[in-house]
Ligand binder design. Structure first.
Ligand code: GLY
Ligand code: MN
Ligand code: MN
Length: 430
């Protein structure tokens, strides 16, 4: 394992919290992700499903977790099934989890090989009335493939048609949105790794470098810091490319006078970070670039102050819209007529700032969280305003990750990552 794992007691705590929300005589099942094929015998690198990871710390394919608080026998209240390994298999496949190691990582006492799943499940099915399935209910989900979880649900419904069903996802959406200190530590590590990458590229960027070369510098810094790499597909967008919100080609030469928008961050132990910075290719902002940059930074600073317990996500966005509107007026991108002609559904600022300001961040970059519920202490949000001006050939986004605190201002996990104009220019011209 490349990263330092979170102590098993946290996973035990997570399972206990989850179990409290189950109705009586219910059994919940969580599957690992598949390893996805490319073609021939090539596969994509494995990414564990964040829910089984959150509940067990098990970062291996073909694992199944069963949570059954009302099981008759204590040993069946939590069960983990893992892919069989032995000395012979280890020679071919490398060190897979042994039962002992899986138990140490997860805090689960009952560990079986996966081949025993159907037999054990049959026995437990007679003791429960309801299965909790883990369907994907993330507000941004859009999945075409049938996941391992989907296949399990299909199989289970066919084989056990008399059982009732329940949904695990809403429970996890709520639990996972509040981070415990051990999780915050992992997120902080991811942010610190991102900082190393950013500081490295500040002295690397100059006219003539290619966007993919900048991406490579980040990758180098991330991987040598015990990260698997990028937390999401990185955006290195110079000049006009910054106005393509999901630009990930990263294949253009960076030109003197242009800005480069970098939305790029490292992961650590399956926890994300999510950062955006925008810097001048030549190491000096023009006065117009500075003016717009300051507006984005002002909005970011003011928006951050609103991330406090009790804030409703939707209302927060309305307030940020007002902040952005006043900045856009200041820098001449909107005028009075634009404001008079705007409507609630079509605010004028959207012409230059068309995406959301904040999302939950954690095990997933766009993490779980029920957006209609008020913000609570220990939620982690991004703050990422931007101003995109195709007619002027640049776009600016600035993004940090912050923790909502029970009292006072949110804590910025990216506080030490340079963002002020003077600091960026000084570091780029050292
Ligand atoms: N990097 C994805 C986002 O900022 O939401
Ligand atoms: Mn981002
Ligand atoms: Mn983001």
């Amino acid at each position: 394992m490349r990263y330092e794992p979170i102590p098993a007691k946290v996973y035990k705590q997570n399972r206990d919290q989850f179990a409290k929300h189950l109705r009586p005589k219910s059994l919940a099942v969580f599957n690992s992700n598949d390893i996805y094929p490319i073609s021939a015998d090539s596969v994509f690198p494995f990414e564990q499903h964040r829910d089984i990871f959150y509940l067990s710390g098990i970062d291996q394919e073909e694992s199944i977790l069963v949570v059954f608080p009302d099981a008759i026998e204590k040993m069946n209240k939590e069960i983990l099934f893992i892919k069989e390994t032995n000395e012979h298999i280890a020679i071919w496949e490398g060190a897979m989890l042994t039962k002992k190691k899986a138990s140490e990582l997860s805090g689960i006492q009952t560990i079986y090989w996966l081949s025993e799943f159907k037999k054990v499940f049959q026995e437990l099915s007679c003791q429960c009335n309801r299965f909790y399935f883990n369907t994907n209910e993330h507000y941004r989900q859009s999945v075409e493939t049938q996941t391992r979880e989907d296949r399990f649900i299909y199989w289970c419904k066919n084989h056990y048609p008399a059982h009732g069903v329940g949904k695990s996802n809403p429970i996890l959406q709520k639990l996972r949105s509040i981070k415990v200190p051990e999780e915050i530590k992992q997120i902080q590590k991811a942010c610190d790794i991102t900082e190393k990458g950013f500081r490295r590229v500040l002295s690397f960027i100059k006219p003539g470098v290619w966007e993919y070369e900048i991406e490579a510098e980040f990758a180098h810094e991330f991987i040598r810091s015990r990260s698997k790499g990028f937390a999401y597909s990185p955006i290195i967008a110079s000049g006009m490319n910054a106005n393509i919100l999901h630009y990930t080609e990263n294949n253009k030469k960076c030109l003197k006078g242009d800005l480069i928008l970098m939305d790029i961050a490292g992961e650590y132990g399956n926890y994300s970070s999510d950062m955006s910075r925008t810097v001048p290719v030549s190491g000096k902002f023009t006065s117009r670039q500075k003016e717009v940059y300051k507006s984005v930074l002002n909005v970011k600073k003011e928006a951050t102050k609103l991330l406090v317990p009790g804030t409703i996500w939707k209302e927060f966005h309305v307030e940020v819209g007002k902040l952005m509107t006043s900045e856009l007026l200041k820098i001449g991108l909107l005028d009075k007529a634009d404001i008079q002609n705007q409507s609630v559904n079509k605010p004028a600022y959207k012409k230059y700032f068309m995406h959301g300001t904040s999302h939950h961040m954690g095990l997933d970059t766009h993490d779980y969280g029920l957006l209609h519920l008020p913000m609570e202490a220990n939620m982690v949000f991004t703050v990422e305003p931007g101003i995109y001006i195709p007619e002027e050939g640049f776009g600016i986004r600035l993004e940090d990750d912050v923790i909502v605190q029970s009292e006072g201002a949110p804590y910025n996990l990216m506080e030490s990552i340079p963002i002020e104009i003077d600091e960026i220019e000084t570091l780029m011209n050292k």
